[in-house]
Ligand binder design. Structure first.
Ligand SMILES: Nc1ncnc2c1ncn2[C@@H]1O[C@H](COP(=O)(O)OP(=O)(O)OP(=O)(O)O)[C@@H](O)[C@H]1O
Ligand SMILES: [Mg+2]
Length: 485
């Protein structure tokens, strides 16, 4: 199987060139070749009129090509400034490491990105996924290269952070720097790019001037068919149901969230939205037994329960698919099959033996249903594209059939075609009676999928809307922190 086959593509100085395609289309592979991370089996790269060959990322960097990787690649135990200056430590005039100089320069790079509240001495591991992504960007921008490759740079950025990033891309463009921009978000692609190249199945499909095309055309080039189908979820009103499966009363955790109360019902999809930093992920992590234990009460079927650990949560039938696929949940050296079935095996045993047939049926079923692009179930998961790894982790928890399923930004990094499949799966799980708590920042997703929508702001629930009273405007009103409150 070829990850890339005979791709011909050109990038101009000072242009923003978007590269789009479904999960596994070959976008990251192509960029890894351009940035010296992979060596191609054939073909050539011509850069500034000369044939070049990169043996390692350093060669590409020296030639003027820098890349922001899709999977964050920072060293977790090093500080922000050490990560920014890795491999090119600043020396002072006495030949000693110029720590202060690097810290000062890091502050400068961060403030270009609109980040003024991060101490460059902080360890990477103490940062949120979105902050780490900003550090990656700061590092790549600081290299002052001629071509800057960004592989899904915005996947966990807030709207505001994205605005800053786009401003920087614009400034770089004015200086003649080209940006190669990969994203599954069509609105961003159309906002920022001059040209768009579409890839499919490891092949080059076409390049369009952004102003001469539209979303519909690009999406149909991507998937190779026209995509008229929009997912619709039948109305399902839970606003008056008396018997919740899960009830949360006055849950508080110092500095994270305060006084959270809500109910979740069988067959319901409860949306949880708000601006990034509102405390959503912290809340669900507490419900799942990660981190400190909050004060307050959690009841399942009317009985108070104690969730002191992740084991307790799983035992009670709670499943969590966390945000940020690289850091959490993937067993890189294990196969796709093992990654999918690992959480559901105990229930699938017959007698003393693991039911291998049942296991492979289940795994094949999910690979098909979710269109996970892999040569087969035995492939090591680390060889799948980013989006396909994400789908396998989703499959793991869907296959596990918990009573309560918490999904934290489940469609980040998932292509437009596969999104609809995931929505369908969520809907059918809800129909089977599973209660779903869906965290999402994408308002169209929340409005399509959720029966009720809970809006958080600054660690508190600002309101819970029924589907028929919800709109983007209403949600935004509740999500924006109140001045002086
Ligand atoms: N190291 C590797 N060894 C073998 N196959 C690989 C390797 N890396 C990627 N592939 C395969 O190459 C194909 C292209 O993957 P790539 O990561 O380039 O996709 P992508 O377009 O970036 O997708 P996504 O949107 O999910 O990030 C996939 O089928 C993937 O499974
Ligand atoms: Mg990729």
């Amino acid at each position: 199987m070829l990850a890339l086959d005979d791709v011909n593509i050109s990038f101009r100085a000072g242009e923003v060139h978007a590269v789009v395609g479904e999960n596994g289309a070959g976008k990251s592979t192509l960029m890894n070749i351009l940035s010296g991370t992979y060596t191609p089996n054939g073909g050539s790269i011509v850069f500034k009129g000369r044939n070049i060959q990169f043996r390692e990322p350093r060669d590409a960097q020296d030639a003027g090509i820098a890349m922001i990787h899709q999977e964050l690649s920072l060293a977790p135990s090093l500080s922000i400034y050490e990560n920014i200056f890795v491999g090119r430590l600043k020396k002072n005039r006495f030949g000693l490491t110029d720590r202060e100089g690097m810290i000062r320069a890091s502050l400068g790079y961060l403030s270009e990105l609109g980040v003024d509240d991060l101490d460059p001495r902080r360890e990477i591991r103490s940062l949120s996924v979105s902050q780490q992504q900003l550090i990656e960007i700061a590092k790549a921008v600081s290299l002052r290269s001629d071509i800057l490759i960004m592989d899904e740079p915005t996947s966990s950025l807030t709207k505001n952070e994205t605005v800053y990033l786009f401003k920087i891309i614009g400034e770089l463009k004015a200086k003649g720097v080209s940006t190669i921009f990969i994203s599954h978000r069509m609105d961003e692609v159309f906002q920022i790019s001059d040209r768009i190249t579409v890839m499919r199945d490891g092949r080059y499909v076409d390049t369009k001037q952004t102003k001469d095309t539209n979303e519909r055309e690009v999406v149909s080039l991507m998937v190779g068919r026209s995509m008229d189908r929009q997912f619709h979820r039948a109305d399902n009103s839970y606003c008056n149901d008396e018997n919740p499966l899960l009830e949360v009363r006055n849950l508080s955790l110092k500095n994270r969230f305060q006084d959270i109360s809500f109910t979740l019902h069988r067959g319901e999809i409860l949306g949880l939205t708000g601006l990034v930093g509102a405390g959503r992920s912290e809340l669900v992590q507490a419900l799942f037994g990660i981190d400190e234990r909050p004060s307050g009460t959690v009841l399942i079927e009317g009985e108070p329960v104690l969730v002191k650990s992740v084991g307790d949560a799983i035992g009670l039938g709670i499943g969590l698919i966390p945000e940020g696929r690289k850091t959490q949940g993937i067993f890189r050296e294990m196969s796709v099959r093992e990654n999918i079935s690992i959480a559901s095996l105990p229930g699938k045993c017959s007698g003393l033996f693991i039911d291998r047939k049942g296991e492979s049926r289940l795994v094949d079923d999910y690979i098909g249903k979710m269109r996970i692009k892999t040569p087969g179930p035995e492939q090591k998961i680390k060889f799948l594209s980013g989006g396909n790894q994400q789908k396998a982790i989703l499959a793991r928890w869907l296959a596990n059939q918990p009573r309560i399923l918490i999904l934290d930004e489940p469609t980040h990094g998932i292509d437009v075609g596969a999104k609809a499949e995931i929505y369908e799966l969520m809907d059918s799980l809800a129909k089977e009676g599973i209660a779903i708590l869906l965290i999402s920042s994408e308002l169209p997703e929340i409005l399509t999928m959720a029966d009720r929508i809970m809006v958080m702001s600054e660690g508190r629930i600002n309101g819970i809307l029924c589907k028929d009273e919800a709109s983007q405007e209403r949600i935004m009103e509740l999500a924006i922190p109140r001045k002086g409150a």
